[in-house]
Design a protein around this ligand. Sequence first.
Ligand SMILES: C[S@@+](CC[C@H](N)C(=O)[O-])C[C@H]1O[C@@H](n2cnc3c(N)ncnc32)[C@H](O)[C@@H]1O
Length: 414
Amino acid sequence: MKIGAILVTSIELVDKVIVEKLSAKITLNKFVRKNKYIGSKDRKFLYEITFNTLKKYYGLIDVCKRNNVDISTRNLVLLNFFNKFKNYKLDDLYKGKYSLNKKYEDLYIYTRAINYKKEIEPKLPDWLEKKIINQSESEKKSLYKSMLSEPRFDIAINTKKYSREDVKKKLNKHNIIGNNTKSSLVGITINDRIPNSEILKIKKNMFEVQDEGSQLMTLLIGVKPNMKILDLCAGKGTKTILISNLLKNEGMITVYDKFMQRLEVLKKRVKELKLKNINFNLQNKDSFDLVLCDVPCSGTGTWRRRPENIIWLENQELVELKVNQTNILIKAAKLCKKRGRLVYITCSLLSDENDLQIKKFLKDNKNFTIINIKEDISKYFKNNIFKFSKYGLTLKPDTLNTDGYFISILKKFA
Ligand SMILES: C[S@@+](CC[C@H](N)C(=O)[O-])C[C@H]1O[C@@H](n2cnc3c(N)ncnc32)[C@H](O)[C@@H]1O
């Protein structure tokens, strides 16, 4: 494909994702599947340009505003392209049948982009930036920079049956190289991106696809054999399966999700793995030793994976998410046994959804207190990978190159 045609395609795809509120990954995958003629090099470039523009969406808008450039998807894609790939000439874009139509303002955008000394950075919209966890300018820069890297591809081993060495050997037979995750004791990072279909053929009962950050959160919950656990927002059950492995078939996990169809993936997997300790039938009178609330949130911690979430997020949606989180916590509090644990997890970096939610919960629920897990954690992990606050801890995406998470662990003492 000529570079102009790749850019035309990228402009269409970015526009589609934004206007129709679609997942960038699914939209790109669908497009590539439909247009099989696109070679692997062009495909890679198309993914890179499209994701990179989406990640830098608000940074690019800022530069447009400061330079009096009209804010259109076409202009954002061009600005980003010339800023990032300075070897191309403007005329390259118009060569070929399916390439870009020349526009008067292109030269101005080209000149601005190549004269912009640094790479334009990703940025949160101003209203969200104010809400991000307390951090210095340099921490903010590091966070933004880390958003540009590709999300890692991690798996969590079924440690009930296999060791990491067993799984790495199996992967090697398929010419797949994996390395142990640095902090999670149950994870492997796969070096190259492997199509899901390929992974499904290999994984059998050996592992699940799970980001190291998500593994760490699950390991921090404090699961002990014979516990009666409620996973109140189980979704597709990524954390549920790891909890089940940690319980080694002892104990019982009851799973629930407001949207029952989301549990179908988990149901299928539970059947495949023949797991006996997962129950899909939550009763109002039940009570649990541990209630996990892996709540729906803004997803600001998963920005590099789903940049479109940041573009769509509006204040009203955040308000609704917070109300839902509060209600989930209220429900969880009722279902938690006396002396039981309530664990709250988000993949958000916004204090509104993290510290401030827990602060409010503790104010309204005087029979709960924070469990300080800092000391416990230091037995298993390097403390400096987490950012501690009065209400919990945050794993920032730029620390281990994972998704970002917040976790708070509470105890019901009366
Ligand atoms: C962050 S996802 C959970 C991910 C899941 N625990 C995992 O590790 O794969 C949040 C889930 O909460 C569910 N949810 C949203 N509102 C809810 C509510 N009021 N009660 C229970 N679940 C809810 C969503 O359907 C979604 O599946």
